[in-house]
Design a binder for this molecule. Structure first.
Ligand SMILES: Cc1cc2nc3c(=O)[nH]c(=O)nc-3n(C[C@H](O)[C@H](O)[C@H](O)COP(=O)(O)OP(=O)(O)OC[C@H]3O[C@@H](n4cnc5c(N)ncnc54)[C@H](O)[C@@H]3O)c2cc1C
Length: 434
């Protein structure tokens, strides 16, 4: 079948590779120029956490080894209190499992390299889809002018502001919401120290939870870190109102003094880098005629579980499975895939919003640390029967909806146990806070 994949970001090239290996002819349209020639265009996060679901997809294509040789494993989170005190919590009970900090630019380039080398895939850069019809016709803006082309199937992997989704949404039977978070994000840099060493522990994801705002930092291979501020757009602790060096430095001195000490470019970074939007997309159905969407186009989530890309990659694994089950009937496979993925996309959207509150408010609290320790103890005692929600989401391919249900039940049990302990034994809690 002759298929258009719209969007050469993270999900598009991966989908193209799976489809081509099923013997389909794929045209991959990307609106940007070739990032391998022109460099990555900024605006999205510089690095991402790659975990089990994303790795599973890469393994199925034989690409995992190449990518994993260029990542930095993070075994846990290091919480930074305002007074500079740091506390490390491992992500898994045995302390060995890690999520991986990966460069978005590198990952995109490797995926595009493989797509370009794959017989059966044509990649067209600087081709922006500006219109789509149910019968698979695309209106495409190219450097040589606008053209129209019809395809037997069109898969929109064109991100949170998808043009293909725009057409699906215009159908009378579509339910669609794009719920913006009243918070945005801005990236800052923490360069390597003057002697070439890491300014922070590179083995972990760093979090500065401040309830009304938050900052995180992930390591890069060049020994720098990329820090991301997650702040409200407005209000006392928001981005609005910080417009000059003095106010920026005052805010950091009060909220993130230890980070500020390793951010020599803070003011320039802050003033130069944009504030990005964060939103949750919910859509149903994901298909209309010969059109379909997967990845962020179908279900963008807020980034607080580090799962948006991992979830998008898992969509493609499910599509591969559905192609097998439908005898390579692409339209039937897209329909089946969307039915199976929708409950899981909804689950990770909810979990990501829950984790926003957890990272921002609870991650630094003694209660949270005690609950995490209790969970890890149970995991070690009953490895076959007990796995925390975080482990289920990040270190397995158990469907997100099942992970959410199992994890929430267990967190509740652990929470009740810790609260009971709290009531009878205040000193234990006090010990937990050191
Ligand atoms: C701050 C932040 C941090 C994140 N951290 C993580 C993380 O740690 N782990 C994780 O798993 N996920 C993370 N994510 C989510 C992740 O970035 C997305 O889920 C992922 O990029 C989705 O891939 P995609 O291919 O669906 O969309 P995208 O990566 O957005 O790709 C869409 C592509 O389509 C192209 N395009 C758009 N419109 C058109 C058009 N009309 N015509 C042609 N081409 C078009 C775009 O140029 C782009 O190349 C994070 C997101 C943010 C914002």
């Amino acid at each position: 079948m002759e298929i258009a994949v719209v969007g050469g970001g993270l999900c598009g090239p991966l989908a193209g590779l799976f489809l081509a290996r099923h013997g389909h002819q794929v045209t991959l349209y990307e609106r940007r120029p070739d990032p391998r020639v022109h460099g990555a265009v900024g605006g999205r996060s510089i690095n991402l956490a790659l975990s089990a679901r994303g790795i599973d997809a890469l393994e199925r294509l034989g690409l995992a080894e190449e990518i994993l040789s260029q990542v930095l494993p993070m075994r846990g989170r290091t919480m930074h209190a305002t007074d500079g005190t740091q506390a490390f919590q491992s992500y898994s009970a045995d302390g060995t499992k890690a999520i991986n900090s990966v460069s978005r630019g590198m990952l995109n380039e490797v995926l595009l390299d493989h797509a370009l080398a794959e017989p059966g895939i044509t990649v067209l850069f600087e081709h922006q889809i500006v219109g789509a019809a149910e019968d698979g016709t695309l209106d495409i803006s190219t450097p040589a002018g606008q053209i129209s082309r019809q395809h037997q199937a069109v898969i929109g992997t064109d991100g949170a502001y998808s043009a293909i989704r725009d057409r699906i949404v215009r159908s009378a039977h579509t339910a669609f919401t794009q719920e913006p978070l009243p918070w945005g994000y801005k990236e800052l840099s923490i360069p390597a120290a003057a002697d070439g060493t890491w300014a922070l522990d590179p083995d972990s994801l760093h979090i500065w939870p401040r309830r009304h705002s938050m900052m995180i930092a992930l390591p890069n291979l060049d020994r720098s870190f990329t820090a991301t501020l997650f702040w409200p757009h407005t209000g006392e602790h928001g981005f609005a109102g910080l417009g000059d060096a003095a106010t920026i430095l005052d805010r950091f001195r009060a909220e993130y003094p230890d980070a500020m000490a390793v951010m020599p470019n803070l003011v320039d970074d802050y003033l130069d880098n944009p504030v990005g939007p964060l939103s949750t997309v919910r859509l149903w159905p994901w298909t209309l005629g010969r059109l379909a969407v997967i990845g962020d186009a179908a279900h963008a989530v807020v980034p607080f579980y580090g799962q948006g890309m991992n979830c998008a990659f898992e969509d493609v694994v499910e599509l591969d499975r559905c192609l097998g089950e439908t005898g390579d009937d692409v339209l039937a496979a897209l329909q089946l895939c969307s039915e199976r993925r929708k409950p899981n996309a909804d689950a990770i959207a909810d979990l990501a919003l829950d984790n926003f509150v957890e990272m921002r408010d609870r991650a630094g609290s003694p209660w949270f640390r005690l609950a995490t320790r209790a969970e890890h103890r149970l995991e070690r005692a009953m490895p076959d029967r007990f796995m925390s929600l975080y482990e289920l989401v990040s270190f397995t391919t158990v469907p997100y909806s099942e992970a959410r249900n199992r994890g929430r039940r267990r967190r509740k049990l652990v929470g009740a146990a810790v609260s009971a302990l709290d009531a009878i034994s205040e000193p234990i809690l006090r010990r937990g806070s050191h």
